[in-house]
Design a protein around this ligand. Structure first.
Ligand SMILES: [Zn+2]
Length: 264
């Protein structure tokens, strides 16, 4: 049997659906906005209008949810920006003592110093070189990244470039603060590795702390390599401290050297 107004009933349908479609669109919009909020995680809002003195920002969390924090010291208005990272390999964390020493100093003038005590807090807690996923973070940066090793092997690069949260936190933070000089502490070779950037800065640091300046073979996926390539006029280098804990006196000498080269 034929229906009286087959087309009419069809025509009505979009009209009845309209509010439903609107609601669906709204809900989708909200969902997408939420996803965007989570993905584009808020950059640590670096507010340089704050007065001099210690200031803390949260870069994000490690794989196991430990906070990765940065502290700022010194002159917030200064254009000389330094970043020091006390610990990237969790079993080479003596450099954290340099940060402790820096915090105890009176706020230096003419330089702004950002300090990350541990970029790899999970590794530091477990006493492992790698992060909690068994990745060597200093082979995980994107510049000249190369797949090597496997989970928990010494130099495991991770499954792909910048696959690790910790790596991405460091990259985002460097993009944000654009350090002129970055120092990454490692152990136990007792030398300053001429890693790239301005040689004079690395020479000076080595002289001030009494370590030899040497040039180790450049490695794939290191933090210094990425920074020195990514940023013009950036000097990012490795300080290999001796093995074992650092004396308070030695930490003070390094802290002074950080401030000095930060003004170069
Ligand atoms: Zn190391």
């Amino acid at each position: 049997m034929r229906r009286a107004f087959p087309l009419g009933s069809l025509d009505c349908r979009p009209m009845r659906r309209l509010p439903l479609l609107l609601v669906a669109a709204l809900v989708w919009g909200l969902v997408l906005a939420l996803i965007a909020l989570v993905l584009v995680a808020p950059l640590p809002s670096v507010d340089d209008s704050a007065p001099a003195g210690l200031r803390r920002v949260l870069l994000g969390e490690s794989h196991e949810g430990r906070p990765i924090k940065a502290y700022r010291l010194g002159d917030p208005a200064s254009e000389n920006v330094v970043l020091v990272v006390g610990c990237i390999h969790g079993n080479e964390c003596a450099g954290k003592a340099v940060i402790t020493a820096l915090k105890k100093r009176p706020a230096p003038k003419g330089v702004k110093i950002w300090m990350i005590e541990a970029l790899n807090p999970d590794g530091a807690a477990a006493g492992t070189r790698q992060n909690a996923r068994g990745v060597d973070l200093n082979r995980n940066f994107p510049r000249k990244w190369r797949r090597q090793g496997q989970r928990w092997s010494t130099y495991y690069s991770g499954p792909r470039r910048a696959s690790e949260k910790e790596t991405r936190h460091a990259m985002r933070f460097a993009e944000e603060i654009r350090p002129d000089v970055t120092i990454w502490y490692h152990q136990p070779l007792a030398l300053v590795d001429r890693s790239g950037g301005r040689r004079a800065v690395q020479r000076r640091y080595a002289d001030l702390v009494g370590l030899p300046l040497k040039r180790l073979d450049p490695l794939p996926g290191t933090a210094t390599r990425w920074q020195n390539h990514r940023f013009d006029n950036s000097t990012s280098f490795v300080v290999e401290l001796p093995g074992g804990a650092m004396s308070a006196r030695s930490a003070r000498v390094h802290a002074r050297a950080v401030v000095t080269v930060g003004k170069m």
